[in-house]
Ligand binder design. Structure first.
Ligand SMILES: [Zn+2]
Length: 105
């Protein structure tokens, strides 16, 4: 079966689909394509059924991840870990656009 793994924490894509939980900040980057496909599917069916989209576990997970990365970036800045700051900033850009697209921020 097709599966992917997050190299940072060992979470499988199939685990994410089963639990809706990301294991670590890198999961989102590792599974980005699949997550965005899933989200599109959810939005499509929500639209089709005429329901108002509610905050689901994926939304909450993404938002919590965003907050966590912001805090992590701040720590990295304070500790002058500039390569980490750059890395986290890149992840934040992706996450932020996803959150904005979903109307969460
Ligand atoms: Zn992970």
């Amino acid at each position: 079966m097709y599966d992917k793994i997050c190299r940072s924490c060992g979470t499988y894509l199939s685990d994410y689909f089963r639990t809706g939980m990301l294991g670590c900040p890198h999961c989102y980057a590792a599974f980005r394509v699949e997550i965005s496909k899933t989200l599109k599917k959810i939005q499509k069916s929500a639209h089709h059924e005429g329901k108002i989209p509610t905050l689901n576990s994926v939304d909450r997970e993404l938002y919590a991840e965003y907050k966590r990365l912001l805090a992590e970036k701040e720590t990295a800045v304070l500790e002058s870990r500039f390569s980490d700051v750059k890395k986290i900033s890149d992840e934040l850009i992706d996450l932020k656009s996803e959150l904005e697209r979903r109307g969460l921020i």
